[in-house]
Write a new protein. Sequence first.
Length: 331
Amino acid sequence: MRVSNLESGGPRKTSLYEELHGRLKAAILGEALPEGLVLTEAALAELVGSSRAPVRQALQLLFDDGLIARFDGRGFIVGTGVVRPKRVKLGAYLGKLFHEDDDRPIFAWQALYEDVERIVVYRSFFGRYRINEIELARHFGVGRAVARDVLLKLETLGITEKDDNFRWSIVPLDSQRIRDLYEVREQIEPVALSSALGGLSQEHVGAMLARLSQALADYPDVSASTMYELELDLHQRSLQACPNKEFLSILKRTHCVLTLSKHVVGSHIKMPEYEPFLAEHMGVFKMVQKRDEEGLRKAMRDHIHNSQPNVQARAAYIREHYRPDEYSFIS
């Protein structure tokens, strides 16, 4: 798959609202949802097993797409709004789209994932801790299967792991591990990105540069989530075009260092006066634009090498100035 195609397809989506938007859009375009069908935040949130916030974002995107319209009533209707509203139980149309075979909401784990990730990443600065899957489910009021889905996702990012007795634990994010992860990244990412050149369209690169330019112009008035998305643009989305999937599998376990800044900068740590990764990312994408493999590898390697001291300093600051909150599912 060419990375340019990711801008409208599933693999690029990383958040619940984007996933909802993509599935609903496909259902509308595929005429699986009849024109005039009423979509409300409350009904969709209940169906998906999430809060209303991601549903609200997904509906706004569909409205911006011109696929749903406002009407003289609560919610939106499918289509342009020229037909009579059709009020039915959405499960009749969307049940299979949003539920597994066991009728568990597909997105239920995503509804609590960000909260759990934040708690676990923050705790990882302070050492190894056990996670009780049953207590995690009880704490968030979900089924054990949903809690396990969250822990499995964290495992793919190198944040949690299971021992030989199938007990979950938090992998410590200490100074040595950060060094090890950066060594892996510095060796593999430049090669992976240069081998992905054939799948990176000029449209994709242009879009990435435009996003970075806007963030650079707005900085420091840029949210932590936007900064994280910009990290993913280079270190995840653009790398998807790499033909060596073993590289991608290895690199996925290094993404915990990206989540570190996501959860502490702007909250526990002030936004720096200048964030060098924005200009460095632009330098990498400009090498991609020129199809300069040697320049690309050097720019990528230099960027990763330069990033490690900042991440080490942020982790050290958290360890020195904060203590983690206590949770029943962490011991």
